[in-house]
Each structure stands twice: as structure tokens, then as C-alpha cells.
Design a protein around this ligand. Structure first.
Ligand SMILES: [Zn+2]
Ligand SMILES: [Zn+2]
Length: 272
């Protein structure tokens, strides 16, 4: 059965529109993963609004939404996701980075609250199930199995490895590396993976100015993939300051460094 990923939002930190980012896209993190009939969504940045438009009008939607974490750029599209407003749809929302005493439901309620937002999550008409888990747990979505790992990011974040039909995709954002000391847990998670979507906010040259900000570089993504025998890197979570011309350069360099690797752009579909 088909296993694919479509990118609806590839930008980090804040959406950025305009001609300089038009080709790769300015929407924040949103992925659509298909495992046969099963629909798995990852993060709910501004890109998810467009995914919602594509899903609306089709068959009833039954999907799992897995959050890396709940920083604003990864959740701000949620209230604008059309399928949440149709009673025939069902969603399970998953988060594993929140510590004791905090739940995904509460984060949602506090983010959709006056005077920050005009309506609460109770406006959604779809069936919404909030599922908190502990990072490190292995989750199931139909025939797909998802291993999870803690990422190095302020307030925590969860990385995922999806295994389905003998193929595997990893989604690791937002994550800061320690130069010269590859994260053993990450290497183990991405071992032999077919596709690794990684936080490549900066270049190695830029990184020293952003130590502690919680992000990594495309060169570190290449080093991790090589060390773990992962096949292809997808450069993801682009800095809003990185325009299309700069990303064209990264695309050339990453394809040379690890053949088959690409820079994520809105609308890109990769089959596993
Ligand atoms: Zn982010
Ligand atoms: Zn973040």
C-alpha cells in the first residue's frame, strides 16, 4: 500500500509571504502522511489551512494529528483547519512533550482564549480526542507504528519515526544539535531510515550566532544520516530569512553531500 508525504508548510518560526519566499513557500510546519488508507498529519502550522481546503468536500476525514510540540508556529493553523468544523469528521490529537500537570487539551484551550483568540476549541464540530503520551512511547495508527524520541528544544519536542509496509520516514523538528557530539538516541531512531525530515533552520556557518535557540543545520542533518545509514535527508523548517535563492544553493549542496536529498517546498510529494 502507498506510503507518501506531502508538505503543506515548510517554514520555521513564523510564516513569511512575498516574492522572495514564493517558490519554497512561506507557511509553517504541516505534513500529510498517507499510509495506505490511513491519514497521519504532523503539526498544524499555517500550512494546515490549505490541507483542510483539499480535504473538505471529499469523504469524511478520520485522522491522527501528531505534534512535535506546541510552539506557536506548530499550532497556529489549528483554528483555521476546515475539517474541524464538520461533525462527520474524527480526529485524534497527540502530544508527548508536555510535562506532568499539562495536557494538550489545556494548551489548546489556553491558546484559543480571549483576548488572544475570539473563540474556544468548543467551536469545533468534529469529534476531537486529545491523547497525551510520554515521549519514548511507541504509538500505533492502523498498520503504521510510530516510535518517538525526545528532541533538544526549549519546552521540549518529540521526534517521530513512522514504519509502514517495510519503509520508514522520520520527522525531527525542532531540534538543536551539540556540535561534534551526535545524539545517540536520534542515530538509533533514524537507523537505516528511508527518509529523514530534519530541522535545518540554519547553516553550519550561521549556527554559532544561534546557540541555545533550539535549532540545527542541514550539514548536521547530513552527518546524522550518514552516521545512521539513513538514505535521504529532507531539509525542513527554513529560516524566514532564507530566501529562495539561498535555498536553491542549499538544495545543490545537500544533493551533492547525500544524493537523493532535497529541500522541502510547499506542494512537494515524496513516495517511500
Ligand atoms: Zn518551529
Ligand atoms: Zn519550537
Amino acid at each position: 500500500m502507498a506510503f507518501s508525504v506531502r508538505f503543506w508548510g515548510v517554514r520555521g518560526s513564523i510564516a513569511c509571504s512575498g516574492p522572495a519566499t514564493a517558490r519554497y513557500g512561506g507557511n509553517t510546519s504541516s505534513l500529510e502522511v498517507r499510509c495506505g488508507e490511513r491519514l497521519l498529519l504532523f503539526d498544524a502550522g499555517t500550512g494546515i489551512r490549505y490541507l483542510g481546503k483539499a480535504l473538505n468536500g471529499g469523504a469524511p476525514v478520520d485522522a491522527d494529528i501528531f505534534f512535535t510540540h506546541t510552539h506557536f508556529d506548530h499550532v497556529c493553523g489549528l483554528p483555521f483547519f476546515g475539517p474541524f468544523f464538520q461533525p462527520r469528521n474524527r480526529f485524534r490529537l497527540w502530544a508527548g512533550h508536555l510535562g506532568a500537570g499539562m495536557t494538550l487539551k489545556r494548551v489548546m484551550s489556553e491558546f484559543m482564549m480571549a483576548p488572544l483568540f475570539p473563540v474556544p476549541p468548543e467551536v469545533f464540530r468534529a469529534s476531537m480526542e486529545y491523547r497525551d503520551f510520554t515521549v519514548g512511547d511507541t504509538l500505533k495508527a492502523g498498520e503504521a507504528s510510530l516510535r518517538t524520541v525526545a528532541l533538544n528544544h526549549p519546552d521540549g519536542a518529540t521526534g517521530y519515526r513512522v514504519d509502514y509496509g517495510g519503509k520508514s520516514l522520520c520527522y525531527l523538528t525542532d531540534n538543536e544539535h551539540v556540535p561534534g557530539a551526535p545524539d545517540k538516541k536520534l542515530l538509533e531512531l533514524i537507523h537505516g531510515a528511508d527518509l529523514v525530515i530534519y530541522d535545518c533552520m540554519y547553516t553550519d556557518e550561521e549556527y554559532p550566532a544561534y546557540v541555545g535557540w533550539g535549532h540545527s543545520t542541514w550539514q548536521e542533518g547530513v552527518r546524522l544520516c550518514r552516521a545512521a545509514g539513513a538514505k535521504r535527508l529532507v531539509v525542513f523548517h527554513h529560516d524566514p530569512e532564507h530566501d529562495d535563492d539561498l535555498l536553491d544553493g542549499v538544495a545543490r549542496d545537500v544533493a551533492k553531500a547525500l544524493p537523493g536529498s532535497v529541500v522541502a517546498r510547499e506542494g512537494l510529494v515524496l513516495e517511500l
